[in-house]
Design a protein around this ligand. Structure first.
Ligand code: GLA
Length: 736
């Protein structure tokens, strides 16, 4: 009976498919933002291809003609432009999807069936396109969420089947884009701990260039899934065609850039299929993460402002809200603190004028106290020796001192020297047959296991339940996955190759639960620096730590590159004592994002304290510009010996300009010509005032002059940078 029912279901499915797959006139599907279009079209065999990507045509009706101008219909090469390239049928290039059917067959064909357009609101619409294999009951739905004003497209894919048994997904990309241009120049990043976001640029030549991660957790340690792609020629801030792309996934990723034999570019991006074959049960849906992109014909500046606007409005938790300034104790004390020392720091925080104190690593574990990074991770009870009165007492003391209290956790990890490890070896990602290999003396817990998810959720839930006034969480993740093996998957009879995917899904389940109960508490994402940041995680986090490297000179470069992808409301920048560079420079650099401190306030000289207190007041005046304004990069530090950036408000009445010298070589004027401002109103008048001056110094600029926006954007201002003025912040205010 059951068998019969299944068979008839299959027949309905197949007959439906056959009906829809009959040859028909070409279907053209424009996916349009305010200025751009991605146009898809069926060919004579009903395969869906990309026929256009770029500025949208004035007449949408002309989209249908585009394909006749390109030789995509070559009988051998015709599948190059597939909107989602299947593997094993007649495709010879990199596939977007690769499947082994339940009968062992490895070929897949995908044909257009139908599509739907759904308007969510004035700005946002969603297009879904159903593709099916004519021979096997496997279907793929391509989803495109269009944010028109921001020119952002978010796309993902859902894979489903009703074969009798599981099918295996060898590859399951999120996006498969196709571009035509004279040249493709890829701007991407690599790095390591403390050296995040180092840019690389390359002209793509025939063959495949891959950006990927196989690290599992801390997946961005060597490279993030973010890139810029210039078409024809190198885009500048103001000119040229450029695409900014990124994968919203906190795990292994793979982005392939393949220049085909027509010199067109295929971009296929998604979860890294490495060691991640996925066994998909009938009727189960496999939803890929989102690939997010924005395209501009007017350079990287506009593209990144579009990305920022989208991220603040639609993605980052409380992206249009405000943020807390803080004093962190990590570099000030490391693991060496007690209640008394911390109380002293609370007072320092208040004296300085920040909103909050953040207690970092080292506050927990008793049997194996967390006095260094060799022990205690996993045992989330207050260390009785350091904190005999617990966190509750600290929260009260901080409140008494006049600051809020936040705390560091790293709940996904365990030190082998811990009670958790002794009790729950089965929760640890490790290969029982092999010696353990550690990253920072620790191992990740197996988040594919629901019990582990409960545990991780519980770490946060206990802290909040016991301390309802906790104001902030720093969520760290310091280790990568070695010997990726899950006892849980083994017990469930599930393939080990699900681990990398299920780990990340498990993480999101935990974060979902946390946000359901604690929707607003600000949380910072940290991963030994910038080892984990992406637009899926930022649904749950308000900010992130982009590097443990707090040397301000290095930060100028790291922050500059990061600014293309993430708005300045997200990266937390701390002023620390790590570098001998003067306090003003350190402070000025921290101000171009979310400013914070990691110092012992009582070690500051009187002048330094006065300067810092005033800087925090200045920051209050300009923080909404930095967090919510339009960012214009005026000078790249890679091209000259200084960096210059500015943020303007929407009304074009208030702006701030940051200038940082990046050399200490010669005592000379490093800005011999003025720097042209951007984003102002040419017909408005402005005053330019230098702020954040160190006590005892005065500005070399004339604050009495009034300039038109036209003057400031065509002639500019000269911040007068040299070895005596290594950083200059200018506030630009409209004069009515
Ligand atoms: C990581 C973080 C640091 C600090 C330490 C604590 O390295 O990036 O900011 O929190 O962990 O162990």
């Amino acid at each position: 009976m059951l068998k019969l029912a299944r068979l008839s279901l299959l027949l309905i499915f197949l007959s439906g498919a056959t009906f829809c797959l009959k040859a028909q006139n070409a279907v053209t599907i424009p996916i349009e933002t305010k200025t751009n279009a991605l146009v898809l079209q069926t060919d004579k065999d009903n395969r869906l291809g990309t026929i256009y990507f770029g500025k949208k045509l004035l007449l949408t009706s002309e989209n249908a003609k585009i394909s006749q101008a390109y030789p995509y219909n070559d009988p051998n090469g015709g599948i190059y432009n597939s909107a989602y390239t299947p593997s094993g049928s007649w495709n010879l290039l990199e596939p977007a999807i690769q499947v082994t059917h339940s009968d062992g067959t490895t070929s897949l064909e995908l044909k257009y069936v139908s599509h739907q357009v759904q308007k969510i609101d004035e700005n946002v619409s969603q297009i879904s396109i159903l593709l099916k294999d004519p021979a096997y009951p496997v279907e793929v739905t391509l989803w495109y969420k269009v944010y028109a004003q921001e020119n952002v497209i978010e796309q993902w894919t859902v894979i489903k089947h009703i074969e009798k048994k599981n099918i295996t997904l060898q590859k399951y990309a999120s996006a498969n884009l196709y571009f035509t241009a004279d040249n493709y120049i890829l701007h991407h990043y690599h790095g390591a701990w403390g050296r995040e976001m180092h840019p690389e640029e390359t002209l793509l030549t025939a063959g495949i260039k891959t950006l990927d991660s196989k690290l599992g957790t801390r997946a961005n340690l060597f490279q993030p899934p973010t890139f810029m792609l210039s078409f024809d020629r190198q885009a500048t801030e103001e000119e040229g065609k450029v695409l900014l792309g990124t994968l919203a996934w906190s795990g292994n990723f793979k982005l392939d850039f393949e220049v085909d034999s027509y010199h067109n570019l295929r971009m296929i991006g998604g979860i890294n299929p490495h060691a991640s074959e996925y066994s998909l049960a009938p009727n189960q849906e496999f939803k890929t993460p989102s690939f997010i992109s924005t395209f501009s014909e007017h350079g990287k500046g506009e593209a990144s402002r579009n990305m920022h606007n989208w991220a603040r409005k639609y993605r980052i938790l409380d992206g249009e809200g405000s943020r807390l300034t803080l004093l962190n104790n990590w570099e000030a004390t490391y693991f060496d603190f007690d209640e008394q020392k911390l109380s002293g720091l609370f007072k320092g925080a208040k004296q300085l004028g920040v909103d909050m104190f953040l207690l970092d690593d080292g506050w927990f574990a008793n049997k194996y106290p967390r006095n260094d990074d060799f022990a205690g991770l996993g045992d989330w009870q207050e260390n009785r020796k350091k904190l005999p009165n617990g966190i509750g007492y600290l929260v009260k003391e901080a409140t008494k001192a006049g600051v809020k209290f936040g705390i560091w956790v790293e709940p996904e990890m365990v030190n082998p020297k811990s009670e958790l490890y002794e009790k729950h070896l089965d929760w640890v990602i490790r290969e029982p047959q092999r010696p353990e290999h550690y990253f920072r003396n620790q191992l990740p817990l197996d988040l594919s296991n629901p019990e582990v998810q409960d545990f991780v959720y519980g770490v946060l839930d206990n802290l909040f339940t016991k301390n309802p006034d906790l104001a902030f969480i720093k969520w760290d993740c310091n280790a990568v996955v070695y010997n990726g093996h899950s006892m849980f998957l083994q017990k469930q009879g599930l393939p080990q190759t699900h681990l990398y995917v299920e780990y990340v899904r498990g993480l999101y389940k935990v974060l979902e639960r946390i946000r359901a109960k604690y929707p607003k508490v600000p949380m910072m994402l940290c991963s030994g620096g910038g080892g984990r940041v992406d637009y899926e995680a930022l649904k749950y986090f308000t900010e992130f730590w982009l590097s443990d490297n707090t040397d301000p000179l290095e930060r100028v470069f790291i922050q500059y590159e990061n600014s293309y992808f993430y708005p300045a409301i997200t990266p937390r920048n701390h002023i620390t004592d790590r570098s001998k560079v003067g306090l003003k420079y350190r402070t000025d650099v921290a101000m171009m994002g979310k400013m914070g401190y990691d110092i012992v306030v009582s070690n500051l000289t009187e002048q330094e304290l006065t300067f810092s207190q005033k800087a925090l007041e200045n920051y209050k005046n300009i923080n909404s510009l930095v967090w919510k304004g339009d960012l214009y990069r005026l000078q790249s530090p890679w091209e000259k010996a200084y960096a210059s950036l500015m943020f303007t408000d929407a009304a074009q009445s208030h702006a701030v300009m940051f200038n940082y010298l990046t050399t200490n070589r010669f005592d000379m004027v490093y800005s011999p010509t003025p720097i042209k401002l951007k984003g102002l109103n040419p017909t408005k008048n402005y005053r330019v005032t230098e702020i954040n001056l160190f006590p005892g110094t005065s500005s070399t600029l004339n604050a009495d002059l009034v300039y038109s926006g036209d003057y400031l954007m065509n002639i500019g201002v000269n911040p007068d940078m040299g070895l005596k003025r290594t950083s200059v912040i200018l506030e630009i205010t409209e004069v009515k």
